[in-house]
Design a binder for this molecule. Structure first.
Ligand SMILES: [Ca+2]
Ligand SMILES: [Ca+2]
Length: 421
């Protein structure tokens, strides 16, 4: 067993080396699209595949403070700030209604539910129309929030303030629900944003079929670099008004190199966005995500949108619309260049708009519902062997796994879309 595992890894490494060698020699790739080989992004090495461990976090930093009511929680955060950080707060199961936000401005802090069951540790305000503005306002580095639920606020459940030096936020196994604006906000001052965030294994949802207004979104980061967003679910982030909501996952205002993988997006107006208008994003990898939209949205919009986006890789995503928005993936504006869109499975077009350019190949854009296990619930696993899809993709060094963490075959036999069948 151990030897087999070792040999598998060895064979993989050798194969990767060969693929890299071939790529370096210009041996990879078919034709098509309006980009060129010179535009191929070169930062593959910085984004290795990584297994996602969604079990409750077993992380402690410094002294541990355990709290079991709101007053103790507020006092613990004050004590952490006063002591200069390096502390852990463990929150017992319970309902914690806050009347003021929790402002964290000391570094190296862990705040997490003690039981590990996020549904049993609920920090909340009054409602989306008033009362509490945030749960957490983070102006510090290396703050971890895990294993709890956050909701019922006027603005954001978490705001990480790049303008105040915040970076290395980690959000793990958190449920965020019913916020008046974007659920997790990364803010900036025009120059300095928050970098190196990790958001994983979390659920972002409105508990009703629509949010409270159009100015809502899931993760909304301005000017952030090197974020990782993986293994999350986003539901019902959509506008009740005649204007679309922001994306479930959105990096813009000169963000750089996000890794967005294995997320499931269901019934959100817009799925994943890199850039918007002239406020762009450079670098980044979007792989193995699934996006489903039913026909109830009032403003159903793009699945993956690249705007003023450069050198983005969009690989092996599956997008199915039950609504009639025409473009599953779009790359928009003349400033969008060097993008690579390969092995995606959709039932709507992949299209340039307003002069955007990309290399587009090996995608399928005419999927039908019964190819998928249970599209109405957002489950876009393949239901059976679809000949057009299975073993029909291009082997990609950046996509060694699928949405489930199953290894993809070496060299050839890649399936198109997020699920290796
Ligand atoms: Ca296969
Ligand atoms: Ca699979």
């Amino acid at each position: 067993m151990a030897l087999n595992g070792f040999l598998t890894v060895l064979v993989r490494l050798l194969s990767i080396t060969i693929v890299l060698f071939l790529a370096a020699c210009g041996g990879g790739g078919g034709g098509g699209g309006d980009g060129g080989a010179a535009d191929v992004p070169s930062d593959s090495e910085t984004l290795p595949p990584a297994a996602i461990d969604c079990t409750p976090l077993d992380l402690v930093v410094g002294e541990v403070i355990t709290v079991s009511d709101t007053a103790q929680l507020v006092a613990a955060v004050t004590a952490i700030n006063d002591s200069g950080g390096n502390r852990t707060v463990l929150i017992e199961d319970g309902d914690y209604e806050l009347s003021a936000l929790l402002h964290i401005h000391a570094d190296n802090v862990v705040i997490r539910g003690r039981s590990g069951n996020r549904d049993r540790v609920i920090l909340h305000g009054q409602n989306m129309a008033g009362g509490l503005s945030h749960i957490f306002l983070v102006a510090a580095s290396h703050v971890t929030i895990a294993d709890l639920s956050l909701g019922q606020v006027y603005y954001h459940a978490i705001q990480v303030q790049g303008e105040n030096g915040a970076g290395h936020l980690r959000v793990h196994n958190v449920r965020i629900f019913d916020t008046g604006e974007q659920m997790l906000k990364g803010s900036y001052d025009g120059e300095t944003g928050s970098d190196d965030g990790v958001v994983e294994c979390s659920l972002f949802e409105y508990t009703q079929a629509f949010g409270p207004q159009y100015y809502i979104g899931g993760i909304d980061v301005h000017h952030g670099r090197n974020w990782v967003v993986r293994g999350n679910t986003f539901k019902n982030i959509r506008s009740p008004e005649d204007r679309a909501a922001e994306h479930a996952i959105h990096f813009w205002s000169d963000s750089e190199t996000p890794l967005i993988e294995k997320n499931r997006i269901v019934n959100c107006d817009r799925g994943i966005g890199l850039g918007l208008g002239t406020r762009g994003c450079t670098g980044g990898l979007i792989r193995n995500n699934t996006i489903y939209g039913d026909d109830l949205g009032l403003n159903s919009d793009v699945g993956i949108g690249l705007e003023t986006a450069r050198n983005i890789r969009v690989y092996n995503n599956t997008i199915y619309f039950a609504h009639d928005y025409p473009w599953a993936i779009e790359y928009r504006w003349a400033a969008s260049t060097g993008n690579l869109i390969v092995n995606n499975l959709t039932n709507a077009s992949i299209a340039s708009r307003d002069g955007g350019s990309a290399t587009v190949r090996r995608n399928i854009t005419d999927a039908v519902a019964d190819w998928f296990s249970n599209p109405a619930s957002g489950d876009l696993h393949l239901s059976r062997t679809i000949n057009a899809v299975v073993d029909a993709g291009e082997a990609l060094i950046d996509v060694q796994e699928d949405m489930d963490g199953d290894l993809r075959p070496i060299g050839s036999g890649y399936d198109i879309g997020a699920d290796e069948f």
